[in-house]
Design a protein. Structure first.
Lengths: 117, 115
């Protein structure tokens, strides 16, 4: 079964600083990988996804992520963080549910990002 | 474009009372539909998914049930709520299997507090 580990429960950065959120996955085949962001009391919004091709993926809001198969990682980065980026970030790996007819995402436990002024 | 609506946004219910949360999707046909629960400080747990009308699969045995009476409507129910049912419930949809790399699209969630 697939799994996702987000080693950092909480990260604090200053506005304008660079950001990297870590994600490690476990999956037996080529994974489908996703990053989502969740503002307080809201649903999850898709930031970016990887399923094949270029290992550096660009997303919305200036985020990017790099797939590294050798490290089983899919870290999220942003060169300069804005105060509005404060939220919780979830990494997810996609796979077929055992029935073969629906897709399941397995989520990490999330990383809470605090942005200091 | 596709949109997903989930209601109510917040709900406070006493232990032993029934529950009905509703989710509808617009702008797409025959979506896969999902119910997730997010407990405080934890990740997301898949509760139910559906690949068509009347087709419901449960991932975790529990006090809850789901139904899909129409193509784009997904309902989460309980006959008698438990304290442990408190949490943040998220509905999501995706295109049907076969489209590689398709993500899930989430509603805004329902905050359920069982007192």
């Amino acid at each position: 079964a697939q799994s996702v580990t987000q080693p950092d429960i909480h990260i604090t950065v200053s506005e304008g600083a660079s950001l990297e959120l870590r994600c490690n996955y476990s999956y037996g085949a080529t994974p489908y990988l996703f990053w989502y962001v969740q503002s307080p009391g809201q649903g999850l919004q898709l930031l970016l996804k990887y399923f094949s091709g270029d290992t550096l993926v660009q997303g919305i809001k200036g985020f990017e992520a790099e797939f590294k198969r050798s490290q089983s990682s899919f870290n999220l980065r942003k060169p300069s963080v804005h105060w509005s980026d404060a939220a919780e970030y979830f990494c997810a790996v996609g796979a077929t549910i055992s029935s073969g007819s629906a897709r399941q995402l397995t989520f990490g436990s999330g990383t809470q990002l605090t942005v200091l002024p | 474009s596709q949109t997903i609506h989930q209601w109510p946004a917040t709900l406070v219910q006493p232990v032993g009372s029934p529950l009905s949360l509703e989710c509808t999707v617009e702008g797409t046909s025959n979506p896969n539909l999902y119910w997730y629960r997010q407990a405080a400080g934890r990740g997301l747990q898949l509760l139910f998914y559906s690949v068509g009308i009347g087709q419901i699969s449960s991932e975790v045995p529990q006090n809850l049930s789901a139904s899909r009476p129409q193509d784009r409507q997904f309902i989460l129910s309980s006959k008698k709520l438990l304290l442990s049912d408190s949490g943040f419930y998220l509905c999501a949809w995706s295109v049907v299997w076969g489209a590689r790399g398709t993500p899930l699209h989430f509603g805004n969630g329902t905050r359920l507090t069982v007192t």
